[in-house]
Design a protein around this ligand. Structure first.
Ligand SMILES: Nc1nc2c(ncn2[C@@H]2O[C@H](COP(=O)(O)OP(=O)(O)OP(=O)(O)O)[C@@H](O)[C@H]2O)c(=O)[nH]1
Ligand SMILES: [Mg+2]
Length: 299
């Protein structure tokens, strides 16, 4: 019988959860950025090897919610904890422990499933400093395993896979072996646009923006996309467009380059910037912008 199970990746914003998901699956499924609260939806990635299948669920970073958007994100992380066979609690070794880590740990314990601490970003720290930090986590928490690794450098990922496999139940595969994720083209493309926006802007813009795909069509040679970046204020619209459209054009350039490489198609992207005042405070807007439920195109 094969091993199979679901595994949640949780932790504070910016710990490196999405970077780890992509590294484990050797493909880009989730966007990543140095800005906190990059991931807004739970993202599924299916790992297969000769021993079995691990269904990873990358979650929005756990934090103290400040508005309807962030409380929805945190809710989806907490809900994920209740439906998995194992939890990977990701810690950034370069960051001091915070009260929010303890709150998340309490929630994780309630799930009553094996929990591993993933101590990430060890590439940033001298070996002599790593050991005492691992010992600290060992003595202050009851993790079933503590695994130091670097998601960015793909260091020690084999060990992570093998200890996760050991703890999963023996059961039939949960997903067909050729299914990597559940991403639609609409969702993935909107995320790639948001990623470039996050990397090119600062302060309140990353948190105030959403991306919606207005139209999407494919031909044998091209992918045609009309998309809108939604911001909260007129002043933000000006920043996202940039002087003579410079920032908007840079986003178009970077997105087109990446999607062309990935899909092997010419990318025709037209991008609009719209203002929807205080959308982050309105549940109906958040649902519309975060869950484009069109499954017309499955990736
Ligand atoms: N040096 C170093 N940087 C890393 C490592 N893993 C991730 N990062 C960087 O940390 C930042 C955050 O990474 P993400 O993967 O987006 O973090 P996340 O936990 O998914 O963040 P949220 O989606 O906001 O919860 C990015 O700039 C990554 O390149 C690592 O092992 N070493
Ligand atoms: Mg993320």
């Amino acid at each position: 019988m094969t091993k199979a199970g679901t595994v949640a990746l949780v932790g504070r914003p910016n710990a490196g959860k999405s970077t780890l998901l992509n590294a484990l699956l050797q493909t880009k499924l989730a966007i990543t950025s140095p800005k906190a609260q990059t991931t807004r939806n739970v993202i599924l990635g299916v790992y297969n090897d000769e021993q079995g299948q691990i269904v990873f669920l990358d979650t929005p970073g756990f934090h103290q919610p400040k508005d309807a958007l962030s409380s929805m994100m945190v809710k989806s992380t907490v809900a994920t904890l209740k439906e998995v066979d194992l939890i990977l609690f990701m810690l950034d070794i370069t960051k001091k422990e915070k009260a929010v880590d303890k709150s998340l740990y309490e929630l994780v314990k309630q799930a009553k499933v094996p929990t591993f601490a993933i101590v990430n970003k060890i590439d940033m720290m001298n070996r002599n400093h790593i050991i005492p930090l691992l010992e600290y986590y060992h003595s202050h928490y009851a993790f079933d395993e503590i695994i130091p690794l670097s998601a960015l450098n793909q260091d020690n990922l084999d060990r992570l896979i093998s200890v996760v496999m050991q703890r999963l139940p023996e059961q039939p595969l949960l997903y067909p072996e050729d299914q990597l994720s559940q991403l639609t083209y609409q969702f993935y493309i909107s995320e790639v646009i948001r990623e470039k926006l996050l990397n090119l802007t600062n302060q309140e813009i990353p948190h105030s923006s959403a991306v919606v795909i207005d139209t999407l069509s494919f031909t044998d040679t091209a992918c045609n996309i009309e998309a809108s970046i939604v911001v909260e204020k007129d002043s933000q619209k000006g920043i996202v467009i940039g002087a003579k459209g410079a920032l908007k054009n840079e986003i178009i350039k970077q997105v087109s380059m990446e999607l062309r490489r990935q899909y092997g198609l010419k990318i025709n992207l037209s991008l609009h910037v719209k203002v929807d005042k205080d959308w982050r405070l309105k549940t109906s807007k958040i649902n519309a912008y975060l869950n484009p439920n069109s499954s017309e195109y499955e990736q």
